[in-house]
Design a protein around this ligand. Sequence first.
Ligand SMILES: *Cc1c(COP(=O)(O)O)cnc(C)c1O
Length: 242
Amino acid sequence: MEKLSELTDRQQDVRSNYLEITENIAKAAIRSGRKPEEVTLLAATKTVEPALINYAISLGLGHIGENKVQELLSKYDEYDLQHCDLQFIGHLQTNKVRQIVGKVSMIQSVDSFRLAKEINTQSEKQQRMTDILLEVNIGREPNKSGVMEEELEELLCQTAQLSRIRVRGLMTIPPICDKKSDVCKFFDKMYQLFIDISGKTLDNVSMDFLSMGMSDDYTEAILSGANMVRVGSKLFGARIYR
Ligand SMILES: *Cc1c(COP(=O)(O)O)cnc(C)c1O
């Protein structure tokens, strides 16, 4: 019985967090001249048990994202995917692509042509299309995923040639900044890239999503032009790694 009441407490936390986050998103959307429904909340669900994820889905959460293939596969059968779509948001190794194509609606973390080609190959095998976002290393951090901005256009043109892939936008994880004003510079830079690319018409490429902003800075990201935010700990509480 103890477990049940524990879960109920956590459900209550998730409920109030969800209401607060969706309200903040709506306010930030309106402040930046958009409608609340034009900004998508994707919950980053790493380390969160499926029962609690499904509780959030029951509140109206429509998008979840995992960042590890192994964890996604181990939880896959338990997600309520009737009412929610599942995306991949973490660093993806080429040899694991096969395991998630067909299970996720979008892969947000494509940063090389090699990876895009493998997603294309596996999608071809399954006779399906896979949506992707290109991940940009906007802070030019060494050892971090993402393409450099000057390499983005070439990658975009290459991936646009792949018939089983649709490029739907851009994603970034900016450097950790002490000041909000510093992280905003990176968000603004990303928005500029997003707008520049939107202005070019490339076959197979539609700039529908600019995915940036996490628990500590999703409001700033929206004010800078993000239309998808990825929120984990602010929704589910601090992560417990077992
Ligand atoms: C964990 C994660 C997030 C969310 O992080 P929080 O700070 O907990 O909101 C967003 N994006 C990616 C790729 C993640 O892995």
